[in-house]
Write a protein that binds this ligand. Structure first.
Ligand SMILES: [Zn+2]
Length: 247
């Protein structure tokens, strides 16, 4: 992990962790907070993060990750609609988004009072986490890769099945088509028929040769569980981008 420390709010330029935890409020003026660097896109909670609630979109421009946590003691209400808005903004602006905890007071159609023991669990249940991988920037620059998009019927299919099921499908396809290099490598992934196929082409995960080119994964070895999980995550988060960008 590579962190940089800063003292003043006005010198913030990029890559901060943002956190909605009232305990951290005082850090703004008094203490250092941690800057998240571009080398580390994966998220780690920083205890003395940057508190700014409600923060304006302007202020989170250029950050790598946004982490949201409701107030555990109930001084503030975390609103689901607002959360979804932040998430959409993050996805559209190439930032990862993590929903860490609901806090004590969470509003979604009605006000929920959530016991401390369930605040993290309930946040995870919402399945709002989104990881922006730097490779998306590169894929976006490729005319061929960036020409793939989900169609309306793909989106409806995803909505009907639910993301959990789509993720299972992704695992099945990756096992079948990528785990071991096939003799017909390069031809195993259709161009339609399932949203995951589209994602595989868009993300350079359609065959082992493309996996090597785009993700630096050795072409000939058998994929391990970690690599398979990484590929699935690349595909699922690409789908999240597609869903947000056309809704
Ligand atoms: Zn390929």
């Amino acid at each position: 992990m590579k962190f940089q420390k800063m003292n003043k709010l006005d010198t913030i330029t990029s890559n901060h962790i943002i956190c909605l935890n009232s305990d951290l409020y005082s850090y703004l003026d008094q203490k250092e907070f941690i800057i998240y660097t571009k080398e580390n896109v994966s998220f780690q909670y920083a205890q003395n993060g940057f508190y700014n609630y409600p923060f304006s979109f302007e202020k989170i421009k250029g950050f790598v990750s946004v982490y949201i946590e409701g107030d555990p003691t109930g001084n503030k209400i975390l609103d689901y609609e607002q959360l979804i808005e932040y998430r959409k903004y993050c996805i559209q602006n190439h930032m990862s988004f993590y929903f860490g905890s609901t806090g004590k007071l969470f509003y979604k159609s009605r006000l929920y009072q959530i016991d401390m023991a369930y605040q993290i669990q309930q946040a995870q249940k919402a399945q709002l986490d989104f990881t922006y991988y730097p490779v998306y920037d590169l894929l976006h620059q490729s005319k061929f890769r960036s020409s793939f998009h989900l169609k309306q019927k793909d989106k409806e299919y995803i909505q009907n099945k639910g993301m959990k099921t789509i993720e299972q499908h992704a695992y099945e396809f990756v096992y079948k088509k990528l785990k071991v290099k096939l003799i017909q490598d390069g031809k195993q992934t259709p161009f339609k028929g399932h949203p995951i196929f589209i994602a595989m082409h868009a993300c350079g995960c359609c065959c082992r040769s493309c996996l090597r080119k785009w993700h630096k994964i050795d072409e000939n070895h058998i994929l391990n569980e970690k690599e398979i999980a990484y590929i699935v995550s690349i595909l699922i988060n690409w789908i999240e981008i597609e869903l947000v960008n056309t809704n």
